[in-house]
Design a protein around this ligand. Structure first.
Ligand SMILES: [Zn+2]
Length: 162
């Protein structure tokens, strides 16, 4: 079997990233910030802040806000609290983003915060305040958890089958 010429091989490789760091950007963020995030994820001892968790959280947050129109959206609980299923609850995605933001150095933090704030504004506009959040919502000191929830995502809570 003919060996590939080294030059051809080299041409196939993506731009080299420092060892252990991703060569890929997180959608909407600079490479520098993506790498800073990856570093936080790698060093984190938080079960939910694992490699790729931030990108997942951003995708989840966007997906929650994606349906067009002005009808309110209702976060829902996840059925299981493993790393994967937890993202069924968009509020978990926001928790993960907050945890990562707190651990980032100032410049990457500012960049990620800018993205998150834009999504926060949409989230605030498309969810409804829960006047009984202190009684009803878990971790109600977090503003994104003081919203009406528990329904089917996209449907009001009072239509939930539980
Ligand atoms: Zn699960």
């Amino acid at each position: 079997m003919p060996r590939k010429r080294p030059r051809a091989l080299r041409a196939q490789q993506p731009l080299r990233a420092p060892r252990g760091l991703p060569a890929e950007r997180i959608h909407g963020l600079s490479l520098r910030t993506s790498r800073a995030i990856e570093r936080v994820e790698r060093r984190s001892d938080d079960y939910y802040v694992h490699r790729g968790a931030t990108a997942h959280a951003l995708r989840r947050y966007r997906a929650f806000l994606r349906p067009p129109g002005r009808r309110p959206r209702y976060p829902r609980h996840s059925e299981c609290d493993c790393r994967g299923c937890s993202f069924d609850d968009v509020r978990h995605a926001r928790d993960v983003l907050e945890t990562v933001l707190r651990q980032l150095p100032p410049r990457p933090r500012a960049e990620l915060r800018h993205r998150v704030r834009a999504l926060d504004a949409e989230y605030a506009a498309r969810t409804l305040p829960d006047p009984f959040a202190d009684r009803r919502q878990w971790r109600a000191h977090l503003w994104w958890r003081r919203r009406l929830a528990n329904g089917h995502e996209g449907a009001p809570p009072w239509t939930a089958k539980t």
